[in-house]
Write a new protein. Structure first.
Length: 162
């Protein structure tokens, strides 16, 4: 795993606080990226740290277009704040796929944004995806596959979260 020095130090601080009997995570897939667009990154991290946001969704077509691997159980994500500093580490607990039209209410609630209703989730995600659909080759958002990653906060501003 190739991490920038500041990200490696943050990851190592997490590893150093784990109990000796913890699974060996040195070979775990670690993703380092911002929590969202610069305007909302710190707000999203605050939701993670508060335990309000425990899931995130993206379109399969976006992953495929970017050549990014799909999330998998056991992945770790060093979530970066708006200025690029590590602010938390999340671990993927489960991954689900649904057609956009079939996303269940519980996903909207787990994503923790707005009033946490499915109607708001659908509106916000449709607005976010709209400018990219053509580039991703998506003709009908309602039929597009949504990949939802459920995660747990494992390391934050106070150290270990578990």
């Amino acid at each position: 795993m190739d991490l920038a020095p500041a990200h490696q130090r943050y990851w190592q601080a997490y590893l150093d606080q784990l109990p000796a009997e913890a699974d060996d995570l040195r070979n775990s897939r670690v993703i380092v990226e911002p929590a969202g667009s610069p305007a909302i990154t710190d707000h999203l991290i605050d939701l993670y740290l508060a335990g309000t946001k425990t899931a995130g969704s993206g379109l399969l077509a976006d992953y495929e277009s970017a050549g990014d691997p799909l999330p998998r159980v056991g992945d770790h994500w060093v979530a970066l704040g708006a200025s690029g500093e590590p602010r938390s580490i999340l671990r993927t607990e489960s991954v689900e796929t649904h057609a956009f039209r079939d996303v269940p209410e519980r996903i909207a609630h787990a994503e923790g944004e707005g009033d946490r209703t499915l109607a708001t989730w659908r509106r916000l995600h449709a607005e976010f995806y709209a400018p990219h659909l053509e580039a991703w080759g998506v003709e009908d958002l309602e039929q597009a596959t949504v990949v939802t990653e459920f995660f747990a906060l494992v390391f934050g501003e106070q150290g270990l979260a578990e």
